[in-house]
Design a protein around this ligand. Structure first.
Ligand SMILES: [Zn+2]
Length: 215
């Protein structure tokens, strides 16, 4: 996903390491690609290939200046996403928080909501306001299969909800208010035509009614 930033989050760019070759960068699938509508499968093999895939996804996500990337978005139907957020402490110290998340399971969401604009690497250039739960609790595995449980709030919760949606074939436009969704789909139709891609997915019957559902 792409965010417009958050009070606690600084969207600084790591220096471009021109000497470093862009190893492992993958093609990010654009809205209209059917793989974005498919449910990804549970990961059962926690092997070197999984670790390499996660590394390549992190690299791809950073190169695209994204905060999150689901495996579907690079054409791989595994329940895996990567995420990373740059932080700046009050004393100016910079750090990042993120990594790879495997087989995430949403345990709880808060009733309290947050406002914010949201974008997606599969929808280049688009940002729309989208209400999300303020807090989430998630169980997941890491790249070696160890179990974890985490509570996240604010921007972190938004990223994880966005990426977990991807693994179920759900896209952020599905949650938008009807008029925003319509505008977003129109923009994507124009984007695909300009890029010489096929027509994006046609509006689905009842699709606009998905507007406010939360997951
Ligand atoms: Zn996305």
């Amino acid at each position: 996903m792409r965010g417009r930033g958050h009070p606690a989050v600084v969207a600084y760019h790591r220096g471009t390491d021109e000497e470093e070759p862009p190893v492992g960068r993958m093609e990010i699938r654009i809205f209209g690609d059917p793989v974005l509508r498919q449910r990804a499968h549970e990961v059962t093999d926690f092997d070197g290939r999984l670790a390499t895939l996660a590394e390549d996804m992190l690299e791809t996500m950073r190169a695209a200046d994204g905060a999150g990337l689901a495996a579907n978005q690079v054409g791989v139907l595994k329940r895996l996403f990567t995420w990373e957020v740059a932080l700046e402490a009050e004393d100016g110290a910079r750090s990042t928080r993120g990594g790879a998340v495997v087989n995430p399971q949403l345990l709880d969401v808060s009733e309290e909501l947050q406002d914010g604009d949201e974008g997606c690497l599969s929808f280049p250039g688009l940002f729309y306001p989208l209400e999300r739960p303020l807090r989430v609790e998630v169980a997941y595995q890491d790249l070696v299969g160890d179990d974890h449980r985490v509570e996240l709030d604010g921007y972190f919760a938004r990223i994880w909800l966005h990426e977990m949606d991807h693994l179920n074939g759900i896209l952020f436009v599905d949650h938008l208010a009807a008029h925003d969704r319509k505008a977003a789909l129109k923009q994507m139709r124009e984007y695909r035509l300009a890029a010489g891609l096929d027509d994006p997915e046609p509006p689905r019957p009842g699709g606009l009614l998905l507007g406010r559902h939360r997951r």
